[in-house]
Structure formats: structure tokens, C-alpha cells
Design a binder for this molecule. Structure first.
Ligand code: OSB
Ligand code: MG
Length: 380
């Protein structure tokens, strides 16, 4: 296959409910949509769910725009490929910028699946027809407000509720949520906000009696040693998120026993190809995985859904309905969760139509690059 044109569209959507983590607060998001056209005139879509600021990871929207425009797109336009993995080899020498790569890789998988006339889930080797979903709740101003949010999501049928924690906002909110929801699947995520010290170990170990499903990323991303030490002292499984940005990190995690659960984010792993490889490796090692989200618009959400259909995704994914975050999504119909379950589309490719009108209305900037071959394509 050959890509003859590539467009980047930076799109801003407002969030229906502001989201606060240990590091920042957001009421809208700017994601870059990637539109690739192949020599047969098919279009594939992907999404760079890069955060605006480098708090979760070093990638940001502006940096990823630059990297995609300067390095990824020009190389891709010169590459003949049969599989997404082959196409990705054109940037084998480019280190990092997983979120930028993930956006382009998503569009490659969409095209690859369309060319074969199968769904993205099928192309990836997915088996599930429906995906079990959970939600992630930000830090709320008060415990009462948090309990209201949890109640709302439990009523909506979501199977797991994840609470963001930070120093000063940990044991008390968890105690309150546990008292109100004694049997619900609840877990916490610190986004690496705790230092790897004895004091922090002692504080976080106070969460052990609340039978949480996991404690996600308590310490800094590179601090595998603190995660391993803390895991050896508590019953609750530790889950890694920010620490694992490639397959080598996953080997480090397994080797050091730095956690018993892996959060696989498509963006953080550099795209669907590596996310699938991480799934396969974790499955072989007996590590349960789940698909984490980055508040994706519909294009990225559809990729998360396809990935979550793989057999090893045994824990609820962050694939909530589009309506949890956006009043109108960039795909039609939007992703819909019914009693906490989302159906995996069976139509070829992404399985959702692109709402171009909504994308155009909300675009902050666009750019297109094309090969000479594109001139032969009537529709360009
Ligand atoms: O740690 O999972 C995280 C959003 C931004 C940065 C980090 C995280 C998150 C989420 C998003 O929790 C959850 C979702 O997309 O549903
Ligand atoms: Mg996380």
C-alpha cells in the first residue's frame, strides 16, 4: 500500500465536566486528527491524544504536531508497505513521541482493515463482541461532590470506578467511597504523585485494607524500584501506567515484579501495533491488562475499543461512552455504553463515520502533505 496524502487537523472540543488530576485541570482538549489517503482513494483516520502540557508525559500537542509534520509524515509518504508494522519501520530511528506515532499508526490500521474488508478489531485479532467499561473520575473539590460523581457513574452501569488520588487526597476519599459502595470495583490512580520514600509507602499502605482492585502508578515513571518495593509490601496489586512506554519497560516491570497489572494506553505505547505486542507479552506472563484512556475523541476511542476486544483485556477498559466527555463527538454515531458495555463495531476499518462538519467547525489548524502520485488521484 502507499499513502499519497496526509492531513493533520488540530481540533478543540469542550469537556462536559472539567477533569482534575494530581497535576492539572482541563475543561477542553485539543487533539490532532490524522487523515491518510492511500493510492486507491481510501481514507484512514487516527488521533493524537497528546495532552496540552508535559505533565502526564513529555509529549504535547504542539510538539507532536511538529514531530509528525517534520519527521513522521514525510517518511511515510515515501514508504511502500503491506502491514502497519512495515510502514512504522520508516521511523525506526526516531526515538520517543509515542503519542504522535500512535495517531499515524491508528490511521494505518484503519486503512489496513478497510483494504481487507474487516473491522479494526478483527484485523488486530480481537475476539470480544462487547467490551466491559469503567470510568475514571478526577479529583473533586469535596468528598460529597466525589460521592455524587461515583453514584452517577455506578447508576449509569459502569463496572469500575477509578479515583484520582494525590498527597492530601487519598485515604479519606477512598474510605468514604468504600463506605458508600462496599462491593463496587474501585481503584485509585496517583499519576506518579508520591515520592518513593518510607513515609509515602506508609501512607499508601493505609489503602491496602480497602480491597481496591489496584493502586495505579503511585511513584514517578522511571522509579521501577519503588514500585517493586511497595508491591512486595502490600496485598493490593500495583498497576503501571506512565512507567511503561515501550516493550523494554514492560520487560523491566516483569523482571523486577514492579506491578501485577498493566494499563495499556494506545498513545503511551506509540500506537496499536506496540499496544498489541504489549498485550501479547503480558498475557504470556500472566499479567492482566486493561485499556487506559486519554479522554480520546471518537477516532481514538474507536481504536481503544478495537484494542480492548483482544482476549487479554480482562479488566474493565476506560472506553466510556462519548457522552461522558463530549456533547458532540467527531464520529457518528458516538460511542455508546449500555449498562457499562460497549459493542465492538463489525463494519470495515474504524467502524464509525467521521463527522467532517463538526471537525471543520472545531478545527484550530490544518495542514496537508502529499506525494506526486496524488496528482493521479482524481478525488484529490
Ligand atoms: O492516568 O489514566 C490516566 C487522563 C489524562 C491523563 C492521565 C490519565 C487520564 C485518565 C483518562 O484517567 C481516563 C479516560 O480517558 O477515560
Ligand atoms: Mg493512569
Amino acid at each position: 500500500m502507499k499513502i499519497v496524502a496526509a492531513a493533520l487537523h488540530e481540533v478543540r472540543l469542550p469537556l462536559v465536566h472539567a477533569f482534575q488530576t494530581s497535576s492539572h485541570r482541563k475543561d477542553h482538549l485539543d487533539h490532532i486528527l490524522v487523515e491518510l489517503t492511500d493510492a486507491e482513494g481510501r481514507t484512514g483516520w487516527g488521533e493524537m491524544a497528546s495532552p496540552a502540557d508535559p505533565f502526564y508525559c513529555p509529549d504535547t500537542t504542539d510538539i507532536d504536531w511538529y514531530v509528525a509534520w517534520k519527521y513522521l509524515v514525510p517518511r511515510l509518504l515515501e514508504t511502500e508497505w503491506e502491514t502497519p508494522a512495515e510502514a512504522e519501520s520508516c521511523w525506526a530511528k526516531i526515538r520517543g513521541y509515542g503519542f504522535a506515532k500512535a495517531g499515524v499508526v491508528g490511521a494505518l490500521w484503519d486503512l489496513f482493515a478497510q483494504a481487507q474488508g474487516v473491522s479494526m478489531s478483527h484485523a488486530l485479532g480481537g475476539e470480544r463482541e462487547t467490551v466491559k467499561c469503567g470510568v475514571s473520575l478526577g479529583i473533586e473539590p469535596t468528598i460529597d461532590r466525589l460521592l455524587e460523581q461515583v453514584q452517577k457513574q455506578v447508576d449509569a452501569g459502569y463496572h469500575r470506578v477509578k479515583l484520582k488520588i494525590a498527597p492530601g487526597w487519598d485515604v479519606e476519599p477512598v474510605r468514604a467511597v468504600r463506605a458508600a459502595f462496599p462491593d463496587h470495583d474501585v481503584h485509585v490512580d496517583a499519576n506518579g504523585a508520591y515520592p518513593g520514600t518510607e513515609e509515602a509507602f506508609t501512607q499508601l499502605a493505609k489503602l491496602d485494607p480497602f480491597h481496591l482492585t489496584m493502586i495505579e502508578q503511585p511513584f514517578a515513571p522511571r522509579n521501577f524500584v519503588a514500585h517493586a518495593e511497595f508491591q512486595s509490601r502490600i496485598e493490593t496489586p500495583v498497576c503501571l501506567d506512565e512507567s511503561v512506554v515501550d516493550l523494554d519497560d514492560l520487560e523491566t516491570m516483569l523482571h523486577l515484579h514492579a506491578g501485577r497489572i498493566l494499563n495499556i494506553k494506545v498513545s503511551r505505547m506509540g500506537g496499536l501495533t506496540n499496544a498489541k505486542r504489549a498485550h501479547d507479552r503480558a498475557q504470556g506472563a500472566g499479567i492482566p491488562v486493561w485499556c487506559g484512556g486519554m479522554h480520546e475523541f471518537g477516532v481514538g476511542r474507536a481504536a481503544n475499543l478495537a484494542l480492548s476486544s483482544l482476549a487479554g483485556f480482562s479488566l474493565p477498559s476506560d472506553v466510556s461512552g462519548s457522552d461522558k466527555y463530549y456533547a458532540r463527538d467527531v464520529i457518528t454515531p458516538p460511542v455508546v455504553a449500555v449498562d457499562g458495555w460497549v459493542r465492538v463495531p463489525t463494519a470495515p476499518g474504524l467502524g464509525f463515520a467521521i463527522d467532517r462538519e463538526w471537525i471543520t467547525q472545531n478545527t484550530l489548524r490544518s495542514a496537508t502533505d502529499r506525494t506526486e502520485d496524488a496528482a493521479t488521484l482524481h478525488r484529490l
